[in-house]
Design a protein around this ligand. Structure first.
Ligand code: NDP
Ligand code: 8X3
Length: 252
């Protein structure tokens, strides 16, 4: 069974779909329960797998602890955790930033990842196997103007991924970081508080990555033999050379 956080949309949902096609049982979590129900119904109808779902806000320590207590039997069966839930809020200059946005990004991208990992790792250590895949970002490696807190959370994800690998050395547990560039999902819509015009403008005149592109990389990492750990995967669209360097078609 593979546990995916933030499975209601984008990269998390695409990973669930691809893993289902590979006949993997799934445990999908996210805050939007209706979407989880729909994804479960569709995947179980199409594939010979079972899909567990649970509404979960990963940024709530209490909710994550309650989730782990309630589902301890299922968590024992988890072979891989995909820490995908995450978001950016705003694109303000740092001196104009909103501290509520900062809190949200730190709470979800950083603390949420830690809370969920903390509940799953003891089972992995006990069985001497397991795979943690953290969805970081190129934003954590190449900081860009107005990226500030989002970049900082993703830099922290990169640091924590390394820490996990070091602390877990010898346990048989694999730890991978996937760092995508621009992927067209609900990410920009969330970042700009539902402003579709602003969200669309981000990808204007260029072909971004799709959630499916990233899901394929995640699944490839998961499917390597147990002695192979893909430590880091950095994936950009062809029209993006760095976080600040994007080629846009001239007619756009
Ligand atoms: P989406 O907005 O499409 O998906 C984000 C997912 O995270 C949703 O399923 C959402 O579910 C979930 N999520 C958000 N907050 C919480 C929370 N508090 N608790 C549980 N789940 C939560 O964006 P992407 O698919 O693009 O983003 C997935 C990951 O990829 C993120 O970590 C993002 O930072 C990273 N990334 C994205 C890039 C991009 O350009 N799109 C590039 C690089 C990295 P729900 O709202 O139902 O809770
Ligand atoms: C998302 C990619 O460049 O919008 O992590 O920060 S970017």
């Amino acid at each position: 069974m593979i546990l995916i956080t933030g499975a209601t949309s984008g990269i998390g949902k695409a990973s669930a779909e691809l893993l289902a096609r590979n006949h993997k049982n799934l445990f999908l979590v996210g805050r939007r329960g209706e979407r989880l129900e729909k994804i479960k119904t569709e995947l179980e109808k199409k594939h010979p797998i079972s899909v567990e779902i649970s509404e979960l806000d990963v940024s709530s320590k209490q909710e994550v602890e309650d989730f782990a207590k309630k589902h301890s039997t299922q968590l024992q069966q988890v072979e891989a955790l995909i820490n995908n839930a995450g978001l950016a809020m705003g694109r303000d200059l740092i001196h104009e930033g909103k501290t509520d946005d900062w809190d949200k990004m730190i709470d979800v991208n950083l603390k949420g990842l830690l809370y969920v990992t903390h509940e799953v790792l003891p089972f992995f250590v006990k069985k001497k196997s397991g795979h943690v895949v953290n969805v970081g970002s190129v934003a954590g490696r190449w900081i860009y103007p107005r990226g500030n807190i989002y970049c900082a959370t993703k830099a922290a994800v990169a640091a924590l991924t390394q820490s996990l690998r070091q602390d877990l050395l010898g346990t048989g547990i694999r730890v991978t970081e996937i760092s995508p560039g621009m992927v067209e999902t609900e990410f920009s819509l969330v970042r700009f508080s539902g402003d579709e015009t602003k969200a669309k403008a981000i990808y204007e005149g260029m072909k971004p990555l799709s959630a499916q592109d990233i899901a394929e990389a995640i699944v490839w990492c998961l499917m390597r033999p147990a002695h192979v750990n893909i430590q880091e995967v950095v994936i950009y669209p062809t029209q993006q050379a760095s976080t600040s360097l994007v080629h846009r078609n001239s007619n756009s």
